[in-house]
Design a binder for this molecule. Sequence first.
Ligand SMILES: [Ca+2]
Length: 201
Amino acid sequence: MKRLSGLIMLCISISICVNPVYGDSLSLSDFVGEPSHLAYSIGNTITLEEDTSGNLGYIYFLNNNYYVTGDAITLSFVYEFTLQPGDSDYLVAKIGNTYVTEILGDNSFGSDELILPGSGSIDLTPYQGSTISLAFGLEIDWADLSYTSVASLSNLEITTSSIQPVPEPATFLSLGLGLAGLAGFRRRYSRKKITSRASLP
Ligand SMILES: [Ca+2]
């Protein structure tokens, strides 16, 4: 019984050490806005404002040299997409030329402001260990003639999985209990062996 509990505790300890999941905020310091006055960040929130003149078909906040670490799993975020009556546009995220998020905000026939809140998640595992072009943007739905949509993205977080460098106290405790259980079994087993040897003729 002690052996079994020791093994279970040891397995739990190992799983806690090897497979933790972490979240790190996406650093926006190397991102740039194109054009800068319509795509910018304040703190960790990205704001994209449609070109009121309608001259631009797209507005991006991007990093052309974003390095995806080898342990990156997902990039998650929350967004709020606001469209005035008659407006229809796309809030997008792109990796290179691939659209990894595409949200249509359609208020073409609305008579009130439309606010679309939501969240998104981008799978980063195909890009682990490589440098990519990562862009968040507004793209105009050319069917509309309104140019007033605004989108914000926040809580941008990278989830990673890696070997935990410093186990937490609880991990130490469970690891210790696991090892103690194994040690207890080993002592018991050794005593049995000695006793059985001593009882030999
Ligand atoms: Ca529009």
